[in-house]
Design a protein around this ligand. Structure first.
Ligand SMILES: Nc1ncnc2c1ncn2[C@@H]1O[C@H](COP(=O)(O)OP(=O)(O)OP(=O)(O)O)[C@@H](O)[C@H]1O
Length: 258
């Protein structure tokens, strides 16, 4: 009777790979509305399997039809997430290669490329005091090369004075976003993809939408200083948080950039 419980090594590997896949899907969708859609689909799938086991032909037929025909609908609904997932897989090797090179460089020249969050936040603090709008995108695992090309390339080590002077209102570089990679400002005047999410409050304009847009499409972390209010927001994975406590924000940023 328990014949179906026979397990081979391949089954264990199969389960392990599915678990890893589910973990990455969860990591990708955590904190977004898409997670509710996934829960809904998982629920329908479970009911479908139960109705199949109980041989409830009509209901299992309808649910099976829904699930099989829904693949195309899912691709449309999860367009952004699928893109981000493929980007995550596609850039992992590249990033590993980079960290490998980074280590070699470290051995040879003792240059550390760890992102200096203290300096970035100190600059944000000063920009906030003078209500100077700023948008800083920090690259994590997904490569932001496709965005760098929309702006002007730069190669300057992260430094408080440079950050402040870039966003200074009369500076020719102040428009758009800057990209930071390995403690270097690698691009300025970058145009980011605008989010079309309906969940963004109407009081937020294009700067906020652009920061949310890039965080929906990649795993980048963004810091935004509002020109209107001077508030500092931290934006990641399509969601944003306002911060007034720099220590909290610094800890969060450091953790996310590790
Ligand atoms: N797609 C984009 N990519 C990068 N930066 C952008 C983009 N769109 C707008 N910006 C920046 O945002 C600025 C306009 O900000 P806007 O006032 O519309 O935004 P906001 O979200 O209301 O922010 P704030 O609170 O600073 O006013 C532009 O001058 C430009 O520097």
């Amino acid at each position: 009777m328990l014949d179906f419980i026979e397990f081979s090594l391949l089954d264990v590997l199969d389960i392990l790979l599915v678990a890893i896949l589910l973990y990455y899907i969860y990591k990708l969708l955590k904190g977004t509305v898409a997670i509710n859609i996934v829960i809904g689909i998982a629920f329908i799938f479970l009911i479908w399997k139960i109705t199949q086991a109980l041989k409830m032909e009509m209901l299992s037929g309808i649910l099976g039809y829904l699930l099989s025909g829904g693949v195309i609908a899912l691709i449309i609904v999860f367009q952004q997430e699928i893109r981000k997932f493929l980007l995550m897989i596609g850039t992992t090797n590249f990033t590993n290669k980079r960290s490998f090179l980074k280590q070699l460089k470290f051995l040879q020249t003792e240059i550390t490329t760890e992102i200096d969050t203290d300096v970035i936040l100190e600059a944000c603090k000063n920009l906030s005091k003078t209500k100077t709008g700023a948008l800083i995108v920090i690259e994590r695992t997904n490569s932001l090369d496709f965005l760098i090309n929309t702006g002007d390339r730069m190669n300057a080590s992260v430094n408080e004075a440079i950050l402040q002077s870039i966003f200074y209102k009369n500076s020719p570089l102040h428009d758009g976003a800057i990209i930071i990679r390995d403690n270097f400002i690698v691009a300025t005047r970058v145009v980011l993809p605008i989010s079309d999410s309906t969940r963004i409050p109407a009081r937020f304009g294009l700067r906020h939408r652009a920061a949310i847009g890039v965080s929906e499409k990649t795993d980048a972390a963004c810091l935004l200083v509002s020109e209107e209010t001077g508030e500092i927001s931290y934006i990641k994975d399509g969601g944003f948080e306002l911060y007034s406590d720099y220590k909290d924000l610094n800890e969060k940023l450091r953790k996310d950039l590790m």
